[in-house]
Design a protein around this ligand. Structure first.
Ligand code: UDP
Ligand code: MG
Length: 219
């Protein structure tokens, strides 16, 4: 396939329950954007122990736009994003979670800001922390306060990893060769004109969070 216009990079850790819904919704939106034939999926199986890998194999067999990387064990979302970005070939690349908490329906507006308004990146943040367990909100807020004091780089509270980026932006992110990555810091650090989109928190479409409180706290 020629270089696609849009790559969708999707980290997946035990997401057999959500991938079918994600794939259907992403295809619906690609259709709306008239990009069905001009897009690719790059799934990253982050050492899943459920049926994720065989599901991805089946999808890749039936759809030549579907590609995947599979890790030998669970390395974490940061590593999965890096691997997915390295494999993405599109003129534009989006990072989205598999559970539809990052709505593909925002992609048309995001792409518009890159194509027509001179932005290199479209970033997203949650408008509120509604529906989040209070203890998680408390530590998250504390984390962002400490980051703001410690670092010159603005790490935006509530920023999600859901982004659409130009090739220059993607290459800048990939050129940072640190291995223990902190994407929420790398994104603002690389600079570039970024447009922000806010949306209300959306519940996971199925399955359970793969980032429980303790994992997030240690991270
Ligand atoms: N994920 C991953 N590796 C991990 C943990 C999570 O690839 O070790 C993926 C996960 O499958 C999902 C995304 O990262 O697509 C966000 O994870 P999750 O929805 O569990 O986090 P939450 O939204 O609850 O913070
Ligand atoms: Mg989620």
């Amino acid at each position: 396939m020629n270089k696609p216009k849009l790559s969708l990079v999707v980290p997946c850790f035990n997401e057999e329950e959500t991938i079918p819904a994600f794939y259907a919704e992403a295809n619906r939106v690609l259709g709306e954007m008239s990009l069905s034939e001009n897009a690719e999926f790059v799934f990253v199986d982050d050492g899943s122990t459920d049926g994720t890998l065989s599901l991805l194999e089946t999808l890749a067999e039936s759809d030549s736009r579907v590609h995947f990387v599979s890790f030998s064990r669970n390395f974490g979302k940061e590593a999965a994003l890096y691997a997915g970005l390295s494999k993405a070939r599109g003129t534009f690349t989006a990072l989205l979670d598999a559970d539809l908490q990052d709505p593909p329906s925002l992609l048309p507006e995001m792409l518009n800001s890159l194509e027509n308004d001179g932005f290199e990146c479209a970033a997203t943040r949650r408008a509120t922390r509604k529906n989040e367990p209070p203890v998680r909100s408390f530590f998250a807020r504390l984390f962002y306060k400490i980051m703001a004091k410690m670092s010159d780089v603005p790490v935006v509270d509530g920023a999600r990893d859901f982004r659409l980026m130009s090739e220059s932006y993607k290459n800048a992110v990939l050129s940072l060769c640190e291995r223990n990555r902190f994407t929420k810091g790398i994104f603002p650090w690389v600079g570039f004109k970024t447009k922000w989109f806010s949306y209300e928190n959306i519940e996971r479409v199925a399955g359970k969070t793969k980032c429980p409180f303790l994992k997030l706290f240690l991270y």
